[in-house]
Design a protein around this ligand. Structure first.
Ligand code: PLP
Length: 385
């Protein structure tokens, strides 16, 4: 009997494909979203300290108390509210697990989940695996703003949840206070849950601030805030993240987490707890990334691309729609093979592959690497003939 796939549309992701192509072509990889530089040696030392010190057995299911407490304190400092560390904070194996567990906690067969697209690729499979139906709403293709009337028009009696992401991958768009209020008035008193992907919470530009949905008194009651230490501390390979949600939601979330992974890597939890004691370790991130974003957008100004400066995350979009109607997948491939710079075609972030001739670059790379990539990208016009 052939196995009938539960995810028939899912194949190898574009991130794997482009990274493999980048490797084959010896191209600079600005495709996949991971930092091209190391973490703070002090953090690595802390991990060594706790592994050598013997913290190598299972952690408590919901996370070690020290890390949950440190995260609650960070949330108080940056977002002005204090989640109960023992009942509202759960440490998980990456934001991907947090998102999956949150979807699994709330989505039942036949439930509708509103997805704003372009969207990060883990949301839709998680909805499908739980028998849910994604209801897609496109963001404005120029500035990636949310059309709240359009979102409201998609709400039905079957709407169980909405998944949102700010700072946004792939666009770099950051929600305003107005967006947060619009969402609050849309979902208040409806029983619609909010799954808020905030993995780029500390990567913001031009003095922007991140408004966590957990900081909103109405939204807090129905939101799962999902975060990632991998993104914040340049250690994406560690796969460690968290979920903050009210006690009743966290209780259901933990039931899923308990049987997905049970618990998360112990010595790293202790190391992060100690590292978080110094708020500068995360408050310094905007200045660190601003230099890279500025260098990258300055260089892009002497290319024929059009773009809006990224507001947050470590991604920059560029458009070539005024130059060519060639597909973004083709241009991304040609850029990798001929110019030796890999990027991601943004059509892959849409359920129907909408192609607006837009490419995504990751600028979480060393400055020399960005400069070399920019030199190569200058020749982009040869791809449009
Ligand atoms: C928007 C978004 N959400 C979630 C994740 C996954 O985070 P983690 O590596 O902590 O699972 C990523 C990673 O690329 C992301 O870009």
């Amino acid at each position: 009997m052939p196995l009938i796939s539960k995810l028939p549309q899912v194949g190898t992701t574009i991130f794997t494909t482009m990274s493999r192509m980048a490797q084959e072509e010896n191209a600079i990889n600005l495709a996949q979203g991971f930092p091209g530089f190391g973490s703070d040696p002090a953090l690595l030392e802390l991990v060594a300290k706790y592994t050598r010190g013997g913290q190598n057995q299972y952690a408590p299911m919901s996370g070690v108390s020290e890390l949950k407490l440190a995260l609650a304190k960070k949330t108080q400092l940056t977002q002005g509210y204090y989640p109960d560390p023992e009942t509202e904070v759960t440490i998980v194996s990456g934001a991907t697990e947090a998102l999956f567990a949150a979807f699994t906690a709330v989505v039942r067969p036949g439930d509708e989940v509103i997805v704003l697209e372009p969207a990060y690729d883990s949301y839709v499979p998680a909805i499908h695996l739980n028998g849910g139906i994604p209801i897609f709403v496109s963001l404005n293709p120029i500035d990636f703003s949310v059309d709240w009337e359009l979102v409201a028009s998609k709400v039905t009696s079957k709407t169980r949840a909405i998944v949102v992401n700010s700072p946004h991958n792939p666009s770099g768009q950051v929600w305003s206070r107005e967006d947060v209020e619009q969402l609050a008035s849309l979902v208040s008193k409806t029983g619609i849950y909010v799954i808020s992907d905030e993995v780029y919470e500390h990567i913001l530009f031009d003095r922007r601030v991140h408004i966590s949905l957990g900081s909103h008194p109405i939204l807090r009651e129905q939101t799962f805030v999902c975060g990632s230490f991998g993104k914040t501390f340049h250690v994406t390979g560690w796969k460690i993240g968290y979920c903050i949600a009210p006690k009743v939601l966290s209780a259901e979330f933990r039931k899923i987490h308990q049987y997905l992974t049970f618990s998360t890597v112990t010595p790293i939890q202790y190391a992060l707890a100690e590292y978080l004691e110094n708020p500068q370790h995360y408050l310094g991130l905007p200045a660190f990334y601003q230099k890279k974003r500025d260098l990258f957008v300055e260089g892009l100004k002497s290319t024929p691309f059009t773009f809006q400066d990224s507001q947050g995350s470590f991604f920059q979009l560029v458009s070539y729609a005024h130059l060519s109607k060639k597909s973004d997948v083709l241009i991304a491939e040609q850029m990798t093979r001929q110019l030796k710079v890999a990027c991601i075609p943004v059509s892959v972030f849409y359920s129907t592959g909408q192609d607006h001739q837009v490419l995504r670059f990751c600028f979480a790379k060393k400055e020399e690497e960005l400069e070399e990539a920019l030199r190569r990208i200058q020749k982009i016009e040869i791809l449009f003939d």
